[in-house]
Design a protein around this ligand. Sequence first.
Ligand code: NAD
Length: 273
Amino acid sequence: SIRDTTILNNGVHMPWFGLGVYKAKAGKEVENAVHHAIELGYRSIDTAALYENEASVGQAVRSSGLKREEIFLTTKVWNTDQGFENTLRAFETSRKKLNVDYVDLYLIHWPGRDKFKDTWRALEKLYREKYIRAIGVSNFDVHHLQTLAEDAEFTPAVNQVEYHPRLTQKAVHQYCKEQKIQLEAWGPLMRGRILDHPLLVELAAKYGKTPAQIVLRWDLDTEVVTIPKSVHRDRLEENANVFDFTLSQADIERIRDLNQDERTGFDPNEFLF
Ligand code: NAD
């Protein structure tokens, strides 16, 4: 079911599938999207301080009538808030906006240059104090993860990176698997730019699915958590309807072969701050 979870390296259950709300407007747009998603069975929502819609996400979750423990909430510390004290403050701001006692997953949004170790110490403190159920990172390459590990008490539970058929992240995926760090895909639909690819159209016909569903199923079949974004009920429903089929190993490989190391977002090694 849509509620199936992966078990993170600290034992916390995280849904394989969720809703991303980047660029969804605070207020009615986000609230309606979250309400629709929850009605359709979504139980995980990915926001960030950067998205400026945490308060709307929190409001929508509360008014949905779900119990707090029935929903998995992710948010992230933004680049300008990195550092130990800043991160503690930024977390408290996010937590208050979400209006929750705890956050399920808190991520360092981008590695940047040299503050992520101090930032991580703040996440570890908040984790120990049980304000966060799992701590992780985003946009970390192998070398960032190795640097982080030098002084870390806890291994990140999750690494959320751009991941789609044009960017399969082979090295990061392999390393995360070895280290028991759950890989999570952002931009899983390549922000809508890959859905007319002939292979995806062909596989959509073969499986009786849509190209978006083929790509999202491929995330799950490659053991990657996925959080496609939409604010439209029909697409939210379409995107979630990927739990009644699986791709053959050969088709998984064919999609993987579309890789061109092509990004829609920043290269973490060039996005320095
Ligand atoms: P996405 O790949 O999820 O693409 C979303 C876009 O694809 C939509 O705006 C819409 O135009 C289109 N779309 C959605 N469903 C469709 C369907 N069924 N058919 C056709 N088109 C469809 O891109 P995203 O929003 O950038 O990524 C998903 C989530 O990942 C974000 O909302 C955010 O939560 C997270 N994210 C994180 C980072 C990071 O740095 N950690 C960066 C970007 C996004």
